[in-house]
Design a protein. Sequence first.
Lengths: 255, 254
Amino acid sequence: MPQFRIGWRPLALLAVLIGIWELYVDLGGADPLILPAPHAVAKALYTDRGLLWSNFLVTAQEILLGILLAACAGLLLAVAVHFSRTLRAALYPLLIASQAVPVPMIAPLLVLWLGFGIAPKLVVIALVSFFPIVVTTFAGLAAVDPDLLKLMRTFDAPRRRTFWHVELPSALPGVLTGTKIAVVVAVIGAVFAEQAGATSGLGYLFFQAEPQLLIPRAYAAVVILCVFAIGLFGLLTLAERVAVPWAYRQQGETS
Amino acid sequence: MVEAPRQEPRDLDGSEAVAVESVSRTFETRRGAVHALAGMSLRARRHEVVAVVGPSGCGKTTLLELICGLQRPDAGTVSASPAALMPQRDLLLPWSSALDNASLALRAKGIARAEARRTAAPWLERFGLAGFETSRPAELSGGMRQRVSFLRTLLAGKPVLALDEPFAALDAITRYEMQGWLARVLETEPRTVVLVTHDVEEAVVLADRVVVMSPRPGRVVATIDVGLARPRSPTAPEVVALRGRALEALGVAR
């Protein structure tokens, strides 16, 4: 994972791309009704701000709770798989299979079962985002230096204390890395879940706006979700620096 | 793999802390069997410092792991009082302070954090680490890290310390200082020590007895009783002479 820092370079590149887009539409390359120019999207962001904000709060809540659920489930599963060879053999193929489930198909089925509330959204978001957390946490638990485990054995440490004092802290950077990957897919999961059946949320707003040809509003919803994902990713990078500075330092040394 | 018939380890008599007798150990690897030890014997009396020197890959680490009970011999017997390992790399926990690293063995026994810290704190001061209690390993020098690592092993409270090339990673000057430091510590805190090293000078300066091992499969080719008064200077003629004898036994004397 490269270090995450918003420098001027991505912003400059983004500005260039937006500029090209703007020129393309302004010079008649596309019907502004079908492909609005960036200034039209910006205008929608401003004029629809109340609507966008209230729906953003709904989606943000879904995403945050979904990730929390995914992190808890991912952590528990990784620990279980780490401790039990039998469970590892039984569970790992199923975990991989869970990622092959086509989310746009399973989401409406969950709505059918769990209703239009927040529950099916949380399940969908957790389903798509727990996997990277399990994988990176398990890898972190398994990557503990075997000599350190030998040392703990000569200290007569029972398994659970070795886990608590050595393995779990060692795996913490992995948990955070997995969560960083998870937040990005969680946003996609939230949109699919809202598409399947919702009464509010940015995904809901998008799928309402699109057939009404309120295209700038649809783009505005996309922009907000992208910025939210980047923001969450950045927050987790900050959390890494604060919570696992040792891993952060090593990362910096090797990259 | 067929288990070799195993003799029951005999009980140690009161003056003995380690008795390794005619031990063989073979590892199966993808490239075939590796004979780490073949007919290796080693004894250490209580509070004796025995240095084991030998070429790289002669099974020294395997020997320590046998003494610590981390491995079992394929043939021969290993009897040893409880032993704690000090690994080659310091392996300090990067997220823990020096104080918490030093008290890891106490925490492993289930002692509460506050009490473990209270026990370890005076030792840090004795080991010249006062003021560094809250420092993370990354903020400590190589010599300090080895002192914390040694303290962690010492506080495990085992009668035998198995030290695996403890100063190999240090620069020459720091290593020299640390050898003097360890000699002083063992004077006030006598323990049975099995010190594995490839530094012959370190072996002669620190040990009561130097055991020289052959290349793999490791076995004893010479035992040198040091019997010199402490503290020993590496440049003292007696030390230099014994160093020569050890190098000769290793077959690398010039």
